[in-house]
Write a protein that binds this ligand. Structure first.
Ligand code: ADP
Length: 171
């Protein structure tokens, strides 16, 4: 069940896909010895991008960062992200350390963002991955991006409910 700092949402952002970095990023993250408990490819809607970055809604770069997460600034085939939930002791800290600072130019040069990120001429921090910053964010983000059945471990408490579904059948 819920343990402190023990799960984190990672998103390989569209620039990571454009630059063919998926394998490199997964290799770096595997060095943390954390385990993957869920993974999928997601076409990000504006609603999801804005919800994910709700804490930035008053920032001047809010729309640009939503466009970036949706892949709108790249070719259509890159309008996607890879979403992964990592679990294991100290997951948030271990991944944040490996990811490096938000601004890729300030990130440790051997971190993922330091190695692969850049600041675009329009001033967007293309920093290749997202990773949860703290426990509260991790819980909010994992619940936003994944349904309980999409994770192979119950990282947060869930419950089964019966839902009534309307569908057309033969008379
Ligand atoms: P992090 O992704 O490190 O948790 P934030 O939540 O503050 O950082 O920001 C979300 C994303 O918005 C960053 O990863 C980056 O892509 C972009 N961003 C943040 N701050 C800036 C900024 N000052 N200028 C341009 N882009 C930014």
């Amino acid at each position: 069940m819920t343990r402190k700092n023990n799960q984190s949402l990672v998103l390989i952002k569209p620039d990571g896909l454009v630059k063919s970095l998926t394998g490199n990023i997964l290799t770096r993250l595997s060095e943390t010895k954390l385990r993957i408990v869920g993974a999928k490819v997601v076409k990000v809607t504006r609603e999801l991008a804005e919800e994910h970055y709700a804490h930035l809604k008053d920032k001047p770069f809010f729309n640009a960062v939503a466009d970036y997460m949706m892949g709108k600034i790249y070719a259509k085939e890159y309008e996607r992200v890879i979403a992964i939930v990592y679990a294991g002791e100290g997951a948030i800290d271990k991944i944040r350390k490996m990811a490096g600072a938000t601004n890729p130019e300030e990130a440790d040069q051997t971190s993922i963002r330091g190695q692969y990120g850049r600041v675009t001429t329009k001033g967007i921090f293309e920093n290749v991955i997202h990773c949860s910053a703290n426990e509260e964010d991790a819980e909010r983000e994992i619940k936003l991006w994944f349904k309980p059945d999409e994770l192979i471990e119950e990282v947060y408490a869930s419950e089964e409910v019966e839902v009534k579904v309307k569908k057309r059948i033969w008379k």
